[in-house]
Design a protein around this ligand. Structure first.
Ligand code: GLA
Length: 360
């Protein structure tokens, strides 16, 4: 594929890039809506990546070309671009400048095969890819954890989503073969093998989703209110599940999801049985649907179809919810067949799904 290669950059800007880098999307296996509660998450990187190439352009403004959109925008650091996709790159440039980097006007080429708007962190891949490229071009002293932290800051300050650090840490540090067990408070982490003979299947429900406009920020505020009422800094600090019973609804159910989800992540990371791991994923979906209320009828139908297959150990919605994709832990040899059968069943109920992982 030529996209993101020097040829693609040169065909837009007329010269070869001086730096290039890439970063993957991610799928979260367990630990949903736990990161902004200082909890635990368990993502894997996916094969799809965002590629970023840069060159000093000697002009007064920045020029940014997005290959997937076929769109070019220009902006300066003083005047933010109006286009949403450009605000991620702009945000990264500003947070790097705040770190002390002196950033000259650049030509920037972005291309990506990370599916957008389905919960696979296309925005984190763009942010981490941009910061990696900037690190290379300007020899900036930032390690991969710092890159994830700056990428999260760019997302919060310039894209308007009060996200946790799951996506950016996963894009910066995860691997496609093993899951990354991450403590989002201390950022301590280790890789965890998937149960033997299993592989990951991700299917888009076709139900569109919009993070900033959805209830994401509202859920986060509910968790903060629950923690305040319980007298703890964050829900991570609540010792026993029984403690949340005193909370008013819906805070009781929101907090219960966070506590039980943290426990599921730690259990899954310690287990080697595919059945046990899968059962934890199924329980996570039920909790996201009933306690956290971020599922949709389409996601529920897709998850039920996946869970009904004998080759599937467990399935759940993945990412923030409110639409987007589902993830299943499957017998590795049955991946394609399960994908096809489930899409057929989903179509019969009026859904329009698509297998995203494994990619084409
Ligand atoms: C989005 C956010 C993450 C995380 C997930 C839900 O992907 O960006 O920080 O909160 O939702 O687990």
């Amino acid at each position: 594929m030529v996209t993101g290669a020097p040829e693609a950059f040169a065909s837009v800007f007329g010269k070869a890039p001086q730096a290039s880098a890439s970063a993957p999307g991610r799928v979260n296996l367990l630990g949903e809506h736990t990161d902004y509660n200082d909890g635990f998450v368990l993502p894997v990187a996916i094969a799809q990546r965002t590629r970023v190439a840069m060159r000093r352009n000697g002009r007064a403004d920045f020029r940014l070309y997005a290959a997937q959109l076929g769109e070019q925008v220009s902006f300066t650091l003083e005047a933010p671009p109006a286009q949403h996709f450009a605000s991620y790159v702009y945000g990264c440039l500003l947070v790097a400048r705040d770190e002390g980097a002196v950033i000259p006007p650049l030509d920037i080429h972005v291309s990506s095969d990370v599916p957008m708007g389905v919960g696979l962190s296309s925005s984190a891949a763009l942010e981490v890819g941009t910061l990696r490229c900037l690190r290379q071009l300007l020899a900036l002293p930032m390690d991969d954890v710092r890159i994830a932290q700056l990428a999260q800051r760019a997302e919060i300050d310039y894209a308007g989503v009060r996200c946790g650090i799951l996506d950016q840490m996963a894009s910066s540090l995860a691997d496609t073969q093993r899951a990354l067990l991450l403590d989002t408070r201390s950022l301590e982490r280790r890789f965890v093998d998937l149960p033997a003979g299993t592989a990951i299947l991700v299917i888009d429900s076709g139900v569109p989703r919009s993070l900033a406009e959805s209830g994401y920020n509202q859920r986060r505020a509910e968790c903060e209110e629950a923690a305040r009422l319980l007298g703890v800094a964050s829900l991570r600090d609540v010792g026993a599940t029984a403690a949340v019973e005193s909370l008013p609804e819906p805070l009781r159910r929101r907090a219960r999801h966070v506590l039980t989800e943290n426990a599921r992540v730690l259990k899954a990371a310690a287990c080697s049985s595919a059945r046990e791991f899968g059962a934890l994923m199924n329980a996570s979906h039920a909790s996201l649907r009933d306690d956290y209320e971020v599922s949709t009828p389409g996601l529920d139908r897709l998850v039920a179809l996946l869970q009904a297959r004998p080759e599937v150990f467990g399935a759940r919605l993945t990412g923030a919810g409110f639409g987007g994709a589902c993830v299943a832990l499957c017998q590795a040899h049955a991946l394609r067949a399960v994908g096809e059968a489930v899409l057929l069943g989903y179509a019969q109920s009026g859904g329009q799904g698509k297998v995203l992982v494994p990619g084409e």
